[in-house]
Ligand binder design. Structure first.
Ligand code: EPU
Length: 339
């Protein structure tokens, strides 16, 4: 039976270690728990909030309603074709554990997404991405449960409206579905994407021309550990802001002022400017404001150096956004969900 607790502090359930209380809270271990929670919320007229790994949220105020911590687990190979395999994982599995499972089973496609924090269920919501690969590149389908009716729905890639750190689950269908399981289509033969700057450089440095999946994972591990702080020592939520897409005319004007500004092409007339560079240029890299600050080796990572409150965190977020707007005329958008 599902245990519903009252007034539970969510701080320990977030990787940023910043939180506030949930009015009601329950841990889900099974589909039966989920159905019970939906019925309870309906009966008590409470909104439902879902918490996965807590790795992409900044909880800034008390959450009214029922917060569900997803711990529904399981992974299995669903279908096998000549060259590909469809693997399914339950949404409460750790994403990185899932990538590890695919590599152990000699299935290729999501090596570059190794070590991204969070759960399998959160991966499509965000369309997680790293080193030139996004979840959408290996996505097959997902099963979601309607939080109002308890009914199940299958979403194919076309139904998900995947974009840069975006999907229909952050837009039109926000808060409507509980993602129950995710299926990925992976290749039996290695299909590796190796052209992302830092990945290519590391391969060159090591003299590896045709790496195996395991070698790619090891290199991703090395790159991430050299730039990104371990959330155990430095509580953080990965990239805190999104990189900024600008059109070519805005890009040209900025380039006149900052000829050294890095950028990545997105489409014919759009480029992405790394928010990490803008934040560094604005002087925030490695600078502390009380218990919060931007990481010294990667300016896009917001770190809680110990005991920060939501108020202190929000003050720095607003300050950085204000400075970036003033200095570059650009709107820095949070990549984490601020609740
Ligand atoms: N840069 C700086 N200073 C910094 C950080 C970055 O100048 O302090 C510039 C450099 O020019 C660098 C460029 O930004 O070449 C890109 O930096 P990096 O390769 O570290 O990636 P990013 O754009 O900062 C994105 C994702 C990460 C993902 C990496 C690697 C977003 C918001 N973030 O970061 O994803 O791991 O690429 O692919 O798109 C996450 O979403 O939580 C996350 C960690």
């Amino acid at each position: 039976m599902l245990t519903i607790e009252k007034n539970i502090d969510l701080t320990p359930y977030t990787t940023l270690k910043i939180g506030a209380p949930a009015e009601f809270f329950a841990v889900l271990k099974s589909r039966a728990d989920l159905i019970e929670a939906i019925a309870w919320a309906k009966k008590n007229k409470k909104a439902i909030w879902i918490l996965g790994g807590g790795s992409n949220v900044l909880i800034s105020k008390k959450i009214r309603g029922l917060v569900l911590k997803n711990e529904i687990k399981g992974m299995a190979i669903k279908k096998e074709y000549k060259q590909a395999v469809v693997v399914e994982a339950m949404s409460g599995e750790s994403w990185s554990g899932f990538v590890n499972y695919t590599v152990i089973n000699k299935l290729s496609g999501c090596e570059n997404l190794f070590l991204i924090y969070g759960t399998v269920g959160a991966a499509p919501v965000q369309n997680i991405g790293a080193y030139g690969v996004e979840l959408k590149d290996v996505f097959e389908s997902l099963v979601a449960v309607d939080l109002k009716t308890g009914r199940e729905k299958i979403f194919k890639a076309n139904d998900c409206a995947f974009g840069y750190r975006n999907s229909v689950f952050k837009g039109k269908l926000k808060g409507r579905y509980f993602i129950y399981s995710v299926a990925l289509r992976l290749s039996k033969k290695p299909i590796l994407k190796l052209d992302y700057g830092s990945l290519r450089e590391k391969l060159l440095e090591k003299g590896i021309k045709q790496p195996s999946s395991k070698e790619v994972i090891d290199i991703i591990f090395e790159i991430r550990n050299s730039k990104l702080p371990n959330p155990i020592n430095f509580p953080n939520a990965g990239s805190f802001f999104k990189n900024i897409e600008v059109n070519s005319s805005a890009y040209k004007s900025l380039l006149k002022l900052y000829p050294e500004m890095p950028s990545f092409p997105v489409s014919k007339n759009k480029v992405k400017i790394p928010a990490g560079w803008l934040i560094e240029k604005a002087g925030f890299k490695g600078k502390k404001f009380g218990p919060v600050g931007m990481y010294e080796k990667q300016a896009l990572i917001f770190v809680n150096f110990g005991g920060a409150s939501a108020k202190q965190a929000m003050a720095l977020v607003k300050k950085i956004q204000g400075v970036i707007k003033k200095k570059f005329g650009l709107d820095l958008e949070a990549e984490v969900n601020i609740i």
